[in-house]
Design a protein around this ligand. Structure first.
Ligand SMILES: NC(=O)c1ccc[n+]([C@@H]2O[C@H](COP(=O)([O-])OP(=O)(O)OC[C@H]3O[C@@H](n4cnc5c(N)ncnc54)[C@H](O)[C@@H]3O)[C@@H](O)[C@H]2O)c1
Length: 251
């Protein structure tokens, strides 16, 4: 049984990842800022007999991330799997309309957060058996466009960060992969499209029917299944991969 950390693991895609990986976990740590959702997810996991703990942590703060890693090291010794599912969206602006502060905020959480998470948790993946790391990227990180631009830039850079880490850590036997969701209905996604959803509750379904080759949204559980595979021994030779789970969107 594994020791696992999931950043952004309180709700949405990260919540589904926490619950899916808990099936293989001895201990699972949820790092997040949304205490209410995190406590609910942790309580759900505990009901399945797994030790689970919520650690309040802003991944864009080194003080928070390093103290979370220290807390986990002291309690669990080492980690088998570290997943970073944190991501914030911007508001459909092109770069010319994106205020500097918003650009900074998106890069700080989505990119610098991934860097700090990696820096703090890779040391816990060392030792035997080797652990592995998975970052949640986005199909938006490979699709250029004139909206959601700061988000796209942050995710494209996150993909490269993970691939560089994969090469850097390969000699040590530590794998690093990226799972790229396409379009998934989550609390974050609903907040992002609140205006459209107020006008038309089927907004997501209609957009997906038009733009996703498979004609539908993906579910958080479908993303979590791919993460579980990437984290498993079945993926023992896979590192530096960018895996779309997008119903064909953006491939
Ligand atoms: N929903 C989609 O369609 C979609 C598509 C592609 C990629 N993604 C990516 O999937 C991941 C999860 O997205 P989601 O849709 O589930 O979003 P969400 O907003 O529902 O969940 C994100 C989680 O991250 C947490 N979080 C936000 N900022 C944080 C911070 N600074 N430190 C720690 N935790 C923080 C939130 O509290 C929340 O629990 C993100 O990386 C997102 O970019 C989502």
């Amino acid at each position: 049984m594994k020791n696992i950390v999931v950043a952004g693991g309180a709700r949405g895609i990260g919540g589904a990842i926490s619950k899916r990986l808990a099936r293989e976990a001895a201990r699972l740590y949820v790092l997040d800022l949304d205490s209410a959702s995190a406590e609910a997810t942790v309580a759900d996991i505990r009901r399945g007999g797994v030790e689970a703990e919520f650690v309040r942590c802003d991944v864009s703060s080194w003080a928070d991330v390093s103290s979370a890693a220290e807390l986990i090291r002291a309690a669990a010794g080492r980690l088998d799997v570290a997943v970073n599912s944190v991501g914030i969206f911007d508001f459909r602006k092109g770069l010319m309309d994106t205020p500097e502060a918003e650009f900074d905020r998106i890069i700080r959480v989505n990119l610098k957060g991934a860097f700090l998470f990696s820096k703090a948790f890779v040391p816990l993946l060392r030792g035997e058996p080797k652990g592995n790391m998975i970052h949640i990227g986005s199909i938006n990180g490979v699709l250029a466009g004139a909206g959601l631009s700061a988000y796209k830039v942050s995710k494209a850079a996150l993909h490269m960060l993970a691939r560089c880490l994969a090469i850097e850590l390969a000699p040590e036997g530590i794998r690093v992969n990226v799972v790229m969701p396409g379009w998934v209905e989550t609390p974050g996604e609903r907040a992002w499209a609140a205006d459209e959803l107020a006008k038309d509750p089927d907004f997501f379904k209609k957009c997906a029917a038009r733009s996703v080759p498979m004609g539908r949204l993906q579910t958080p559980e479908e993303i979590a299944e791919c993460v579980a595979f990437a984290a498993s021994e079945a993926a023992s030779a896979i590192t530096g991969a960018l895996v779309p789970v997008s119903g064909g969107l953006g491939i």
